[in-house]
Write a protein that binds this ligand. Sequence first.
Ligand code: COA
Length: 259
Amino acid sequence: MSALIEVSRDGPVQVLRINRPDKKNALSGEMYEALSDAIAAGDADDSVSAHVIVGVPGAFTAGNDIADFLAHSKGSGGVTPVLRFIQLLPRVKKPLLAGVDGVAVGIGTTMLFHCDLVYASDRAKFSTPFLDLGLVPEAGSSLLFPRMMGYARAFELLVLGNVFNSEAARAAGFVNAVVTADELETTVLTAARRLAAKPPEALRLARRMMRGDADVIAQRVDEEAVEFKRRLASPEAREALSAFLEKRPADFAKLAKKV
Ligand code: COA
């Protein structure tokens, strides 16, 4: 349970709202646990037919809490809740939908590649600044991004660090439709209700066949996680994460001088 993840029901649809507006919905360990618990419980509950993830106005999520990353980088704290969440994503049993308004950074974008339907407001912004933080892609993104949008566009988003607006995300294929912020939640809930009314067994089989082998995706999640954990402890990541919290530009040149 976390007060920062609101779990509610819209009939057969389970709605998970990330609700930490003062930190742009950055995800702490407790919040990852709450998301994983709710998805696992919904998957096991016959009265739930679909999961919907939304944020608050202007923030889907700013990604992993950078203070948590820094704590881990210095040897305290743990990434276990993050790992549990990203290992669960390829294995979610019921349709997963997202409604994205505002910033979707890091896991805020990578989790969308595990969704069946994604709707975005016209002011949504998608980015995965792993490289600039001295980190590597996570949540299966090194496999799923190129698979969905081709290597060239995936490289721009995942390595170059370009920010995609909603239209670019739609053109790249990971957003179904762009609507106004006011229309967003109605749009995603309407789609979730339509899915909830489908014959469940046929839906389960269709998803399984279309999503590809979950074991292959899960294996990539684990491979990335090994590198990600190593990188978190690197001087580059420590500098980038400290710089964000200290509200200053990162200085990687000073690290090179020490070598
Ligand atoms: N972790 C921890 N705190 C975060 C955060 C994160 N990922 N993202 C934002 N915050 C905090 C800011 O430190 C700030 O806190 P403060 O008010 O106590 O100073 C607050 O949320 C508002 O953020 P701010 O940067 O002022 O908002 P903005 O609208 O100017 O920019 C972002 C929004 C998301 C573009 C910017 O906050 C950002 O780049 N965040 C980091 C994203 C990131 O790198 N995530 C990790 C991906 S792996």
